[in-house]
Design a protein around this ligand. Structure first.
Ligand code: SF4
Length: 463
């Protein structure tokens, strides 16, 4: 790897002072603001509006595959634990119905530049079923030759030939759920996947020609210590994934039933978590990874970092992405879509999903139509989340506002961050400083006009 960059400064004192509860801004407004007054007819309207336009943005597709064989106790995903693989055939039939309904409304001139399979466990589906899914997607949508095709991998479901099969279906990116290599931690969260299992899967990915390998880690899990997580980091760094996501475990047993199986007294203390986080940041940077933002790292030559440096990085429901504004179409239970200035989310249960589609309806449960003010604020928040400068003249020209007047209260609320050296504000731009890169959420929250309103969501801290 190239020499590590030094465009981030980590200060324990600032983390203690500025780390606070807040949204992760994979959308703005955040998903807890979606409401049921946004119906399937509203969503149809947005899809049909797009079909009538000649210069439509390309498509990014997401498919939620909810089945898992066993329960990881930290899980906060929408999943179905089952050993009954016969359920896949029925789910596939309904995905096909949903895709047909959406594709018929979108028109035929849309190019698809990105696909992500998430879950649940996509590799719960066998080779034949994944082949059917890809054939279905290619029948309904027109993929560009250089489209990014990504899939989440549970190493426990990888058999010799699985990665080669996925590459054969066109997948060129994958993401391994590693979490922690320590056997005691794996036992405590009911996810046993020894290091050599992940090693074999990563090696087969490389042989199969995957262009980008991501690994997810979670800190704050039960039985974790500074030393044990240090060993996990060393093992992962030796595997040399192109990207690493370092997630913070949020223990919310009232909200996520699975987490009630975690023994709370096994969890590291707040102080231990802070030390694990600081050690992890330093170790990844020392190993040559660069900090992309929030909880994401990449190798310096990864296209995420190139996009960050040339200010073309974006943020969407899949995290950071290099693909500029796409319409995002989600399929399957609880999948979220973003079409034009709207967000929508599908129903959460398979029964409700099947009932909607049997009635010829899109399975929408809720959504949100953005106002002009929402669009403007989203633009600013996402720019800050990507650590890019908010250029005052460009915002004024794009939205027909006078930035300093329109955002006078927000500029006043940014003062403490400016005083602490996390941002700079001058008449031309707001810029995130190297010290402020860990706290982009806090700067973004200043522009969130919904934060004072009641929410059903429980926000997390950075640490
Ligand atoms: S963490 Fe992933 S594999 Fe584990 S139960 Fe949740 S969705 Fe399934």
């Amino acid at each position: 790897m190239n020499a590590p960059t030094t465009d981030i400064e980590i200060s324990e004192e600032l983390v203690r002072k500025f780390d606070k509860l807040g949204p992760r801004y994979t959308s703005y407004p955040t998903a807890d603001r979606f409401h049921a007054a946004f119906t399937e007819q509203t969503y149809r309207g947005y899809l049909e509006q797009r079909a009538g336009h000649s210069s439509n943005p390309p498509l990014s597709l997401y498919v939620h595959l909810p089945f898992c064989e066993s329960l990881c106790y930290f899980c906060a995903c929408n999943k179905i634990i089952t050993k009954d693989h016969a359920r896949v055939a029925e789910y596939l039939r309904y995905l096909d119905k949903e895709m047909a309904l959406v594709a018929s409304r979108l028109g035929t001139d849309r190019k698809t530049v990105q696909l992500h399979l998430g879950g649940g466990t996509p590799t719960f589906f066998n080779a034949d079923e994944l082949g059917q899914l890809m054939a279905m997607l290619r029948r309904h949508f027109d993929f560009t030759p250089d489209a990014e095709l990504g899939v989440e991998i549970d190493p426990r479901t990888v058999h010799p030939g699985t990665l080669t099969m996925l590459a054969g279906l066109g997948f060129n990116r994958n993401s391994f759920g590693v979490q922690d290599f320590d056997p005691a931690v794996q036992q405590a969260v009911n996810r046993i996947q020894p290091l050599d299992m992940v090693e074999r899967a990563v090696q087969e990915s490389r042989k199969a020609g995957f262009q980008s390998i991501n690994a997810d880690l979670i800190y704050g899990l039960p039985k974790q210590t500074l030393e044990s997580f240090g060993r996990t980091l060393d093992s992962l760094i030796a595997l040399s994934p192109d990207r690493i996501a370092l997630y913070n475990y949020a223990h919310l047993p009232q909200r996520f039933k699975a987490q009630r199986l975690i023994v709370a007294s096994d969890l590291p203390s707040a102080e231990a978590r802070l030390q694990i986080f600081l050690m992890s940041m330093r170790r990844l940077l020392d190993a040559g990874y660069v900090y992309i933002g929030l909880d994401h790292f990449s190798k310096p030559d990864d296209e995420l970092n190139k996009a960050r440096l040339d200010k073309s990085l974006h943020r969407n429901f899949q995290g950071y992405t290099t693909r500029a504004e796409c319409d995002l179409i989600g399929f399957g239970v609880s999948a979220i879509s973003k079409v034009g200035d709207s967000y929508s989310q599908a129903v959460r249960t398979v029964n409700a999903y099947y009932q909607h589609l049997d009635a010829g309806m899109l399975p929408i449960e809720k959504g949100f139509e953005l106002s002009q003010d929402d669009v403007l604020r989203r633009d600013i928040i996402m720019t800050l989340m990507c650590s890019a400068p908010v250029e005052v003249a460009a915002v004024n020209a794009k939205y027909g506002i006078d930035f300093n007047t329109y955002f006078a209260p927000e500029l006043a609320r940014l003062k403490p961050y400016e005083d602490a050296g996390l941002i700079t504000i001058d008449p031309t731009a707001i810029r995130i400083t190297p010290k402020g890169r860990l706290f982009v959420r806090a700067s973004g929250m200043v522009f969130d006009s919904y934060l004072g309103q009641p929410t059903t969501s429980t926000y997390s801290k950075l640490i």
